[in-house]
Design a protein around this ligand. Structure first.
Ligand code: GCB
Length: 710
């Protein structure tokens, strides 16, 4: 756990981009931590931060690996959105540390130079016509002003600033003072700002954000300095990374200021179990009192809670900060199409009180369900599940990876239209607003961290990887939709160092998902006490692969007849059946295909099917479906996820037209032939496996599939 310490003025020396470009010394990145600093020798090609910067931190020690409970209004809490148009400026490529040297955070950005308006949440890359903004590498600066009422001060409220994410490294300032910093682009950042605010007057929040990826960031990337002055201008550098999606940057998720009382509910951890028709909710509530200002507490706080059903009616109550509640005849959380009422959520209205009465209240959603697994099967509520899903991306035009409510609703609507019951958060944790929808709609999620295409497997990387998994588990552990953790996608796990590396990362993930003092009711017999299976999406040859032995469930990506034997659709069935049979035999664990597919240009038609046509994509799917049907009969093949839900943006390259075209839907979310085909396939599976009635209209658009299945 990294803690930002009580220091008045701390110099963090970061070397990055252009200043390192020109003289390129081996530079140090110093991470000031509570309990000792950590110095990383940087290779010349590495770039992390930029320039020499002075960070003035506040007076408290902030845990910057825990983004706090999602800001929700309650009887005791107020939430204010800081979304909207912020002021924005890029640091110059050739002088990346300029903003720190000139202290752009000390006054409104518009006073230190030109600014443009930048929407939050959104990626900054695609919102203008400016190529420099689209392709920027290094620091970018955001700021805006806001007011908080004097009432908050009079009422002795604790005030918190929370950013859903900031990609990738960020430093956050309030009224010119750095209040926290965060590494990692996909998880929340929070800072208590009670004492740094001016009440009833204008406050300034500034965020410096850096999208540079290095061999020791997660995900990894590298900067290449092009030295040949006959071919490149002086100081020329480019960034590359081991993944195909655009490394969008910016404030991608909502920014909030919210209040809690000075004694407040800091954290809630729930697990659930079922016993006959009863549901059991085990809970652990952590209370805290801010160190700032007078304490109101007379005694140690006590906890109590009410359980409300989906309609808000009172079901039962309980007292105590730890314990279990039994709900007779509970409505269970079921995945979509496995129940008439999928995604059933209770609300736990948690309260913390002292002798004078209730201090703080937080509404925590809870879905009652169990997850089980053995060597062949994954179960929800003791019923085997077959995952019918998609790999996805947070991606859309203009906004890039910015949270967009219409897009969220559209995507869930399309998943349900397909008859899908699951997706993977490929290849990073998705916004909490998306995860809320998954909980509520009953869509199962394989929750993945940003470790894509990892190689190297050194200790520094591993510690960071573990820290990201802990952050992710901490954020999402109460979510019923999360049925599996994925510690990464396609690591270079044929490197021998991967063995210990993944053993330790997986063990840390299991431990993070199990830290609870209450009587364990869930998965008490599972190794290392995890309540969910842990996986990693593999793609190396199975007999020379070192991560699989540490996993609970084997997920494998295979692109037969696309990246191998291109054009030879007829080999898919044989190769796929052989491949997954062998993975199961090797590890004696459930297996599933987590990616397969082909690119198609919408509107390109060929008969017979030819690569890049819509027909080729559809024919490739049909061949895969036949293989999956055969594998399913073997009893250990637990799911299929196509790559990808929708076309998504990629960097400029010669083998892709600006996007990965493997979507069932276009980037604008219109179905390709593949989308219509998948709809028939998934509904047909839902009918066979979950006994659902196929809705009117499925397959209406022609005999793209084997109708006798319906
Ligand atoms: C993969 C990756 C995914 C890519 C996909 C492709 O194996 O996991 O991120 O987009 O291949 O289309 O190449």
């Amino acid at each position: 756990m990294y803690l930002l310490c009580t220091i008045s003025v701390e110099k963090l020396s970061y070397c990055m981009t252009a200043s390192c470009l020109n003289n390129r010394p081996a530079a140090n990145v110093q991470d000031k931590q509570c309990g000792g600093g950590n110095t990383v020798e940087m290779e010349t090609y590495i770039t992390i931060a930029i320039g020499l910067l002075t960070v003035v931190l506040g007076t408290q020690c902030a845990d910057n690996t825990w983004g706090g409970l999602y800001p929700r209004e309650s009887e005791s809490r107020e939430v204010r959105s800081l979304d909207g148009l912020w002021n924005f400026r890029l640091a110059p490529l050739e002088d990346p540390e300029k903003g720190f040297r000139e202290e752009w955070y000390a006054q409104p950005l518009r006073k230190t130079g030109a600014v443009i308006s930048m929407p939050v949440p959104s990626s900054y890359n695609d919102v203008t016509q400016d190529k420099a903004l689209r392709d920027h590498i290094g620091w970018a600066w955001y700021d805006r002003t806001f007011y908080v009422p004097t009432r908050w001060q009079e009422d002795k409220q604790r005030v918190v600033l929370r950013l859903g994410s900031a990609h990738y490294n960020s430093i956050i300032y309030l009224n010119g003072v750095a209040v926290t910093s965060h590494e990692g682009g996909h998880l929340p950042i929070m800072s208590e700002i009670t004492s740094g605010l001016v009440y009833g007057q204008e406050n300034l929040v500034t965020v410096a954000i850096n999208n540079t990826l290095t061999p020791e960031t997660i995900p990894q990337g590298s900067i290449t300095y092009h030295d040949d002055l006959t071919r490149y201008p002086p100081g020329y550098f480019t960034q590359s990374y081991n993944f195909d999606f655009t490394n969008y940057a910016g404030l991608h998720r909502p920014v909030y200021v919210y209040t809690t009382p000075r004694t407040y509910i800091e954290d809630i951890f729930v697990t659930t179990d079922i016993s006959g028709t009863d549901g059991i909710i085990s809970y652990d509530i952590i209370t805290a009192t801010t160190k700032i200002g007078p304490k109101r507490l007379n005694d140690a706080p006590g906890c109590s809670m009410k359980v409300l059903d989906k309609d808000g009616s009172h079901v039962t109550s309980a007292i105590g900060c730890q314990g279990s509640i039994m709900i007779s005849n509970a409505s269970l959380w079921w995945p979509y199409l496995m129940s008439e009422d999928p995604g059933y959520l209770y609300t736990l209205k948690v309260a913390v009180s002292d002798t004078e009465g209730i201090l703080d209240v937080y509404p925590q959603k809870v879905g009652i369900r169990t997850i089980g697994w053995n060597s062949t099967t994954l179960t929800i509520n003791n019923k085997p599940v077959y995952l019918r899903g998609c790999g996805k991306h947070e991606d859309a035009d203009i906004r890039g990876k910015g949270v967009d409510y219409p897009l969220i609703v559209k995507d869930f609507s399309l998943l349900k239209w397909l008859g899908a019951n699951s997706f993977r958060t490929s290849h990073y944790p998705y916004a909490e607003e998306i995860m809320d929808m998954a909980d509520q709609e009953g869509i199962m999620v394989v929750d993945e961290c940003p470790a894509i295409g990892l190689s190297g497997f050194g200790e520094t990387l591993m510690n960071k990887h573990i820290s990201v998994m802990e952050e992710l588990v901490h954020r999402d552990r109460n979510r019923p939709s999360v049925i599996m953790w994925s510690v990464g996608n396609e690591p270079r796990s044929d490197q021998a160092a991967a063995k210990d590396y993944f053993r330790l990362v997986v063990a840390a993930t299991r431990a993070a998902d199990a830290t609870r003092p209450v009587t364990k009711v869930v998965a008490a017999t599972k190794a290392e006490d995890s309540s969910r299976p842990v996986t990693c999406v593999l793609n190396r040859p199975k007999y020379k692969e070192y991560a699989g032995s540490s996993l609970d469930i084997i997920l494998v990506n295979r692109y037969y007849s696309w990246y191998s034997d291109t054009g030879h659709l007829e080999i898919i069935k044989l190769q796929t059946v052989t491949e997954f049979t062998e993975w199961h035999e090797l590890h004696n664990k459930p297996v599933m295909i987590s990616e397969y597919g082909a690119g198609s240009m919408p509107g390109l038609h060929t008969d017979p099917a030819f690569t890049w046509s819509e027909e080729y994509q559809a024919e490739l799917m049909l061949q895969n479906f036949e293989a999956f049907d055969e594998l399913r009969k073997k009893g250990y093949f637990i799911g299929e996820m196509i790559w990808n839900f929708a076309d998504f943006a990629t960097p400029q390259e010669y083998n892709r037209p600006g996007a990965c075209m493997k979507g069932l839907f276009t980037r604008a979310r219109q179905p390709k032939l593949a989308g219509h085909l998948m709809r028939v396939h998934y509904w047909s599976l839902a009918q066979k496996i979950d006994n659902v009635t196929v809705p009117e209209g499925v397959g209406r658009l022609g005999s793209v599939y084997n109708w006798k299945n319906l």
